[in-house]
Design a protein around this ligand. Structure first.
Ligand code: ATP
Ligand code: MG
Length: 180
């Protein structure tokens, strides 16, 4: 499974349609402070179903919609589309390319689509469950979290490293087996 592209429009500082293509190899995004780098990683978390406005540095979800600037009016809709190459069928789907879209309107109305078919949030969450990309995974680490990892106790840091390495679930299984 590979991240192919991200299309953002009306989300946070991205008023205009912006498409980022992730070509083979490593992609780095650089820019001055406040230029929207963190907003890009938040767009990825958001389209994958993030429900916490706080973890997107806001209070309420509609705050992710472009709020206007000195020379632009606010917009009424945020939309993010993410496309994965799933030709190895790492994600549990017959499709070899998967596009997930999330839309949110100021009215509060929202929509999720998988390959342009309207679906439920649950369907999006299930698609990425156990993929290493869902929920509290460490595939996306925010600036604040880097600090908290550095400042954490060695034992806590070890848990994080074990989880990333995939050892954590075996430890849990072992603990369970020992109890039984
Ligand atoms: P740094 O290098 O400091 O980490 P960054 O490149 O990560 O900066 P972001 O935090 O992604 O920058 O972007 C912050 C900018 O996004 C701010 O200018 C903020 O005003 C703008 N912004 C956030 N939410 C919205 C919104 N809903 N509408 C318009 N602009 C927004
Ligand atoms: Mg940032």
């Amino acid at each position: 499974m590979k991240l192919k592209s991200l299309e953002i429009s009306g989300f946070k500082s991205f008023a205009d349609f912006t498409k980022i293509e992730f070509l083979p190899g490593m992609t780095g995004i650089v820019g001055p402070n406040g230029s929207g780098k963190s907003n890009i990683s938040e767009a990825i978390r958001w389209v994958l179903g993030e429900q916490s406005a706080k973890s997107l540095r806001g209070n309420k979800m509609p705050e992710v919609i472009f709020a206007g600037s000195a020379d632009r009016k606010p917009l009424n809709r945020a939309q993010v589309r993410i496309t994965f190459d799933n030709s190895d069928h790492y994600l549990n789907s017959d499709f070899s390319e998967l596009t997930v879209t999330r839309k949110l309107f100021r009215t509060g109305e929202s929509e999720y689509l998988i390959n342009e078919q309207s679906c439920r949030l649950k369907d999006v969450l299930e698609l990425f469950m156990d993929s290493g990309l869902g929920g509290d995974s460490f595939s996306i680490i925010s600036q604040g979290r880097v600090e908290s990892i550095f400042n954490s106790k060695p034992e806590d840091r070890r848990v994080i490293i074990e989880e990333v390495a995939g050892v954590f679930k075996y430890k849990k299984h072992k603990q369970k087996a020992e109890r039984e």
